[in-house]
Design a binder for this molecule. Structure first.
Ligand code: C5P
Length: 406
């Protein structure tokens, strides 16, 4: 089941060049099984043809306030009320100004007026001078005060070739905001969760390193799932291509030793740790300052042991909940149970990357969760965000049990 199945999304497209990026947003929303209705302003149709959005959303695109052929006088009301969430992407200075001033002179602005602030998210994108203009900033402040949400633009190269603040936020950040709006809860409010993700890299020389195939997807999905439930989340990740949503404290590290330091820094102020990182157990004993030269002989690389981060946390638990991951290609359950005990964990999530749909670089995972009572829960093949939800459910149960014992 997709993350947004049964959810209804209204996507308003206004006339900025970033409108082409909204096509990708719609694809992602559809992938997660959201129903998507597109509304376009006149100017937006100059940038992307309605047919493109129609194809991506599998629905007729709405453009006219008063379409001649149909009697739909109250359509702006019906559609705005139908939606669970209304994303205006990209949002131009014009639409922000109109809504802030109470103007409803076309289909999109009228629908925003009906939907109101609670379910509307603006994703502004414009030239940096426009974005910095005090009028635009005042309009954004007004709208925020009235309860409208924003995914702020980013710094970078703009369509006008200048560099500045105004580029549409990344897809990940926009999707993160939508997730919060649609699925957010307060279940983990006040709980401080530390998640680790990705691989680590252990340098051999300035251009070579030892690593593994971890993409970081599982750890990032866990961080997002915890944040959606209202937790205060810190994500410490090895090098990946991923970026978390805005409300997650994010730190990127490279080596296992750096991850060890970062984790121990945060640990005293943490209630739950989920170590999803595929940490490198060994590092080269000697780091060569210069690129190793090729020779005719074979070379021997001596490796030394890295610290076991999770085991070190297990020695100083103090009521915290610790969750580990184990990648095992043989005797998964036996090894999983041993690790749970040896590292003093509350849950261990075991997976075998040799199984179809499981492991590192995939979008899905097939995992078994083992708890301290040695109870084994085997999950079917699920998307990583769905696996994350299951793990979070188990963590919520553990928090509840700990509270009821107090
Ligand atoms: O012992 P093994 O490496 O299989 O244990 C896996 C679990 O321990 C994972 O949760 C991983 O993040 C964590 N780990 C660690 N430090 C290491 C190696 C693994 O925290 N050096």
């Amino acid at each position: 089941m997709g993350l947004f199945s049964n959810k209804k999304l209204l996507v308003g497209v206004t006339g900025g060049i970033a409108a082409y990026k909204t096509c990708e947003l719609v694809r992602e929303l559809r992938k997660e099984e959201a129903e998507v209705q597109i509304v376009m302003t006149k100017a937006a149709q100059k940038f992307v043809a309605p047919l493109t959005f129609e194809t991506l959303s599998d629905r007729e695109v709405l453009v006219e306030m008063f379409p001649q052929s149909k009697s739909v006088a109250t359509r702006h009301v019906d559609v705005a009320q139908w939606a669970d969430c209304f994303v205006v992407c990209p949002a131009t200075a014009n639409i922000l100004g109109k809504v802030a001033a109470g103007i409803a002179d076309d289909l999109l602005s009228t629908m925003i007026m009906v939907a109101g602030g609670e379910k509307t998210i603006f994703c502004p994108a414009m030239n940096s001078n426009m974005y910095a203009n005090p009028i635009v900033q005042r309009n954004i402040e007004t709208l925020q005060r009235l309860g409208y949400s924003f995914v702020s633009p980013e710094w970078g190269e703009l369509a006008c070739h200048a560099e500045g603040l105004g580029r549409l936020a990344s897809l990940e950040r926009i999707l993160g905001k939508i997730k919060h709006q649609l699925l957010g809860s307060e279940e983990l409010k006040g709980v401080r969760v530390l998640v680790t993700a990705g691989p680590t890299q252990e340098p051999i020389d300035p251009v070579r390193f030892i690593t593994n195939a971890s993409s970081g997807k599982m750890g990032f999905a866990l961080a997002e799932a915890a944040a959606i439930r209202g937790a205060e989340v810190t994500l410490i990740s090895g090098p990946t291509n991923l970026r978390p949503s805005e409300d997650i404290h994010f730190r990127e590290v490279r080596t296992t030793e750096q991850m060890y330091e970062a984790v121990h820094e945060v640990y005293p102020n943490t209630d739950v740790v989920i170590m999803a990182a595929a940490v490198s157990d060994y590092r080269p004993s000697v780091y060569s300052e210069h690129k190793l030269k090729k020779s005719d002989n074979s070379i021997v690389l001596t490796l030394e042991k890295n610290p076991d981060i999770l085991a070190s946390l297990g020695k100083n638990k103090n009521g915290r909940i610790l969750v580990g991951f184990a990648v095992e290609t043989t005797d998964e359950l036996k090894h999983g149970k041993q690790k749970l005990k040896a590292k003093n964990l509350d849950l261990i999530v075991v997976n075998n990357p040799k199984q179809r749909g499981a492991g590192f670089a995939t979008d899905t995972n097939v995992v078994t969760i083992i708890d301290r009572q040695q109870h084994v829960e085997s999950l079917p093949k699920l998307s990583k965000p769905e696996v994350a939800q299951h793990i979070l459910n188990r963590i919520v149960e553990l928090i509840f049990e700990a509270k009821s014992k107090k």
